[in-house]
Design a protein around this ligand. Structure first.
Ligand code: SF4
Ligand code: FES
Length: 247
């Protein structure tokens, strides 16, 4: 496949940035989207041009590092991460527009790389349980209903990629927040800090500059881990309960 890529280039946060056209040749349908960018960078370097900066780590869909708007969609046209998107989803001769995540709470560092440390600070505000580590307890000492265990597991699959906020017209990260609050709130170990957790995480979410949820649903459509929209209902319910007990 031969493609034309329209790629956002930006030297640093102070640079205005612009889309630049690049032809790329010799792409096969079995390559991942990031391997296609690796090929582009090899071709750029061979011509003495600056390679395009983009994030990746595991390239297996588990770390949440890869983060690209592809033809206006977070992670592109499939329900998967950018690293697990393959070039068979595109056609020979196609023009593909590649931009960084869109959300002011994710400032651009360079080209397609954004700073997602806002998510780390939201987790630090309450996305944990306070227990002393030590030997693992007997698994059956604390019984968990199957339905709760399944929901905790399913919502714990959030990889913190940020696609939900990037896809949302309000740049709201409430799907991410809802996933974190729900997976801890379903389990007995998560109850002691349940109320301060939701208040502190939501306050941090707002302080970082993420917007409010207006039930548009783009987040759940973009999520590569298919986190359901109803975690935001759970988040709101926990928040109301926390406020009630706080007076
Ligand atoms: S909820 Fe989905 S889209 Fe949002 S950070 Fe988690 S995995 Fe990514
Ligand atoms: S590089 Fe780890 S999820 Fe894509």
């Amino acid at each position: 496949m031969n493609l034309t890529l329209k790629i956002w280039r930006q030297n640093d946060a102070a640079d205005a940035g612009r889309l630049v056209d690049y032809p790329v040749e010799g792409i096969t349908e079995d390559m991942s989207f990031l391997e296609m960018l690796d090929v582009l960078n090899e071709q750029l370097q061979a011509r003495g041009e600056e390679p395009v900066a983009f994030d990746s780590d595991c390239r297996e869909g588990i770390c949440g590092m890869c983060s690209l708007m592809i033809n206006g969609e977070a992670h592109g046209p499939e329900v998967t991460t950018t690293c697990q998107l393959h070039m068979r989803s595109f056609k020979d001769g196609e023009t593909i527009t590649i931009e960084p995540w869109r959300a002011s709470a994710f400032p651009i560092i360079r080209d397609l790389v954004v700073d997602r440390s806002a998510f780390d600070r939201i987790i630090q505000a309450g996305g944990y349980i306070s227990v002393n580590t030590g030997a693992a307890p007997e698994a059956n000492n604390i019984q968990v209903p199957k339905v709760a265990a399944d929901r905790a597991f399913d919502t714990a699959t959030c990889i913190g990629c940020g696609a939900c906020a990037a896809a949302c017209p309000n740049a709201s990260a409430m799907l991410f927040l809802g996933a974190k609050v729900t997976h801890l709130g379903e389990l007995p170990q998560g109850q002691a800090e349940r109320s301060p957790r939701v208040v502190n995480m939501l306050n941090q979410h707002d302080a970082e500059g993420f917007g409010g949820c207006t039930n548009i649903g783009e987040c759940a459509t973009a999520c590569p881990k298919e986190i359901p929209l109803d975690v935001i209902s759970q988040l709101n319910k926990d928040f109301r309960t926390a406020k009630k007990y706080a007076g």
